[in-house]
Ligand binder design. Structure first.
Ligand code: PDD
Length: 278
């Protein structure tokens, strides 16, 4: 397979790994995951915009503009013969002798890869729904940045899997924030609710698209924080992400337990979402 290294697409296995890359030492870097449908990256401009914002928030310098990233992404897709799949792009602050203090204007290290994904596998959980595990959000206060520091997310996902759940639903002091790698929506009396795009959640590209689709089709949306109690009393619950699209939640486990039906609002948004990607 072929991978991205700086502004080149090269054979995998030939990327030099420097132990003093700040990505390894401090998790000092950012990433994006972009889905590929029919050999085309979906929402590339939106993902790149967030990538730039993450870079700016961390005082990282962007080595290339969107046209270069777009060209490299297309090459990654074509050289790996990806029809449906995902692209991972990462950028670390670069290589320097280990020191918490970073110097400005370092040479960022850009890497990436592509993987085929079977749409059938994600379709299965979209039809049947998933189980989720309610857990405390122990992450930092800049979850709006798509940083490589994902330990809180990783720990939440493992815990969820240990209870036979496909995703965690995190809460801070009883306020639901987001999943370990997805945003969380509830439906109550026909109205959608999801955590506002503050520093406490990642402003998902899928989240933004679902909100737009809902508003365009007359489904009221409230970008408002909601409580674990509201989660328990919701008519429908679903999660959104690049890799999961719109996936219904049928069960909540953990300190509180609840079952949900896959309802009409979720099903409608799934259908509308499919139409946008086609
Ligand atoms: N994760 N919240 C978190 C913490 C995430 O990691 C993600 C995505 C999302 C959804 O964002 P989007 O709709 O832009 O994919 C929300 C990616 C897919 C990942 O880390 O694999």
């Amino acid at each position: 397979s072929y991978v991205l290294y700086h502004d080149q697409i090269i054979k995998s296995g030939s990327i030099p790994v420097d132990p003093e890359d700040r990505g390894y030492l401090f998790g000092d870097g950012i990433y994006e995951v972009v889905f590929v449908y029919n050999s085309k990256p979906f929402g590339f401009a939106e993902h790149f915009e967030r990538f730039e914002q993450s870079a700016q928030k961390l005082d990282l310098s962007m080595p290339y503009d969107i046209s270069t990233f777009n060209k490299l992404t297309d090459e990654l897709i074509s050289k790996n013969n990806i029809v449906n799949g995902m692209i991972y792009i990462q950028m670390t602050r670069g290589v320097a002798p280990r020191n918490h203090l970073y110097e400005r204007n370092m040479q960022s290290v850009v890497t990436g890869f592509a993987k085929s994904v079977s749409l059938d596998s994600i379709a299965a959980s979209q039809t049947s729904g998933i189980q989720t595990y309610l857990t405390e959000d122990i992450r930092w206060l800049r979850c709006d940045i798509k940083s490589l520091n994902l330990l809180g997310n990783v720990m939440a996902k493992r815990k969820a899997a240990d209870y036979d759940c496909q995703e965690a639903i995190q809460h801070r002091d009883g306020t639901v924030t987001e999943g370990s790698s997805s945003n969380v929506f509830i439906v109550k009396d026909g109205t959608l609710k999801t955590h506002p795009a503050t520093n406490l959640v990642l402003n998902g590209i899928t989240r933004q698209l679902v909100i737009k689709i809902a508003k365009d089709t007359g489904v009221p949306v409230l970008e408002e924080a909601f409580s674990v109690e509201e989660l328990l009393n919701a008519d429908e619950v679903f999660i959104t992400s690049t890799t999961m699209e719109v996936t219904p939640v049928i069960k909540l486990l953990g300190t509180r337990v609840q079952s949900y039906k896959i309802g009409p609002v979720t099903t409608k948004l799934q259908k509308d979402f499919k139409q946008v990607i086609e």
